[in-house]
Design a protein around this ligand. Structure first.
Ligand code: 6PG
Length: 460
């Protein structure tokens, strides 16, 4: 018995991808070490599925050149599985890592496996459990020929954009796929935080009931700022516990995180690129996690605040758009360093369906990026400037009112500050240079003469 694709790891994501692949007629060799997970997958996958008992067995049952999809927890488990598999693979075989793996790990493993001619495709998989089962967005990175060989199988299971294009694309060479997925998650953090701030302002600032907040999110979802996260925001606020009370009111206000938002923020810091809305969203989760301190320090809930509902909707749209643009700037900077040749149009298109960030905005972003000259900043796209001209005033008024009343709105304000900094020809960094040179002789550049300069800055 021989199959074209092996899958290792049949936890939630692996099992759902395997079921999706089976639905699309892809014969599988499956291997799962955990007895309970294996039993569950065995009971759901079709009879034709070949079950392997160990790495050598899995490799034997695969048609060469082999393709093996790893759906194991990112980190040390991936290294362990690759180490176990490697002696049974040969040059030309492809390993696909479908986990939320740090791009740096993927780059390291690609280099290491290349010594044996084995390809590693880093595959970002988005859409959660439901997406994996019914159609995820798939963001690949790695060798183009290796990708072309396995792409038809993965394309068949991916979500499709409204124009029918599968959301399954090679984003570029090396670790581009995993990096694009990391940035996807970073933007996911930022948009979720902006939604949380909008919810807070509606609940406490405007004093709205959950039903009215749910209605507002549902209305936003039907407009130009709609998208999957806004859609499920309506569901989350409307959900009631068995006693009829809003379930959210019984949820501990401490957000978890598995690390991808942190990685995106670290990448921004490493690259010297501003992605403040992503980083602020990670910090906001840290503030949420400091629950004991918050309870000890707690002041009164801020007062009611006057915000026009149309301004709040505009604020949410602007924060979302600006968070996306920060993410794209981050991808561009990593690409410039690592040479993956990522096309931002392809990134926007692959996010149009299947993933958590799916939203009509992605079509507008794809069109905007297509209109840009190579190297031009995304904020310079005429269509995006026009959209921002319409919604930025609402963000300004919302942010000002929220801050004035004492609400913490870091996703909204960081998006605004990022924009306002980026559109200033002259920022006060001349002043920073003056201070640096004054206390540390760090030197400065002059606008009217070349070279580096030092002054005595004694005030005269
Ligand atoms: C996706 C999600 C998925 C996962 C996040 C959650 O694209 O399907 O992003 O990857 O749900 O990793 O991240 P946190 O647990 O860190 O919020």
């Amino acid at each position: 018995n021989i199959a074209p694709l092996g899958i290792i790891g049949l936890g939630t994501m692996g099992r759902n991808l395997a079921l999706n692949l089976a639905d699309h007629g892809v014969p599988l060799v499956a291997w799962e070490r955990d007895g309970a997970l294996a039993d569950r997958a065995r009971s759901e996958l079709p009879d034709g599925t070949i079950w392997a008992t160990e790495a050598a067995d899995l490799a034997r049952r695969l048609a060469a050149p082999r393709a093996v999809l790893l759906m194991v927890t990112a980190g040390a488990a991936v290294d362990a599985v690759i180490d176990g598999l490697r002696p049974h693979l040969q040059a030309g075989d492809v390993i696909i890592d479908g986990g939320n793996t740090d791009a740096a790990d993927t780059a390291r493993r690609q280099k290491n496996l290349a010594a044996d001619g084995i390809h590693l495709i880093g595959l970002g998989v988005s859409g959660g459990e439901e997406g994996a089962r019914r159609g995820p967005a798939l963001m690949a990175g790695g060798d183009p020929a290796a990708w072309d060989r396995i792409a038809p199988m993965l394309r068949s299971i991916a979500a499709r954009a409204a124009d029918g294009t599968p959301c399954c694309e090679r984003m570029g060479g090396g670790a581009a796929g995993h990096f694009v997925k990391t940035v996807h998650n970073g933007i996911e953090y930022a948009v979720m935080q902006a939604l949380a701030e909008s919810y807070d302002l509606m609940r406490h600032g405007l004093g709205l009931e959950m039903a009215a907040i749910g209605e507002t999110f549902a209305t936003w979802n039907r407009g130009p700022g709609g998208g999957y996260l806004v859609e499920i925001a309506a569901d989350v606020v409307r959900t009631r516990d068995s006693d009829g009370a809003p379930l959210l009111d019984k949820v501990v206000d401490r957000a978890g995180q598995k690390g991808t938002g942190r990685w995106a923020s670290l990448a921004a810091l490493d690259l010297g690129v501003a992605a403040p809305s992503i980083a602020e969203a990670v910090f906001a989760r840290a503030v949420s996690a400091a629950r004991d301190d918050r309870q000890a320090l707690a002041a009164d809930t801020p007062d009611r605040v006057q915000i026009a509902p149309t301004d709040l909707e505009a604020a949410m749209r602007a924060a979302t758009l600006l968070s996306f643009l920060q993410g794209f700037a981050l991808i561009a900077a990593a690409d410039a360093r690592d040479g993956w040749a990522v096309d931002p149009v392809a990134v926007a298109k692959v996010w149009r369906a299947g993933c958590i960030l799916r939203a009509p905005l992605l079509d507008r972003l794809a069109d905007a990026f297509a209109s840009l000259a190579p190297g031009a900043h995304p904020l310079s796209a005429a269509s995006l400037r026009a959209e921002l001209a319409e919604i930025l005033p609402g963000l300004r008024r919302t942010a000002a009112a929220a801050i004035g009343a004492g609400y913490a709105v870091p996703a909204l304000t960081s998006a605004l500050s990022w924009h306002d900094g980026m559109v200033r020809a002259r920022v006060p960094a001349d002043f920073l240079q003056g201070l640096r040179d004054r206390f540390g002789a760090h030197t400065f550049e002059r606008t009217d003469a070349p070279g580096s300069h030092h002054a005595d800055w004694s005030g005269s």
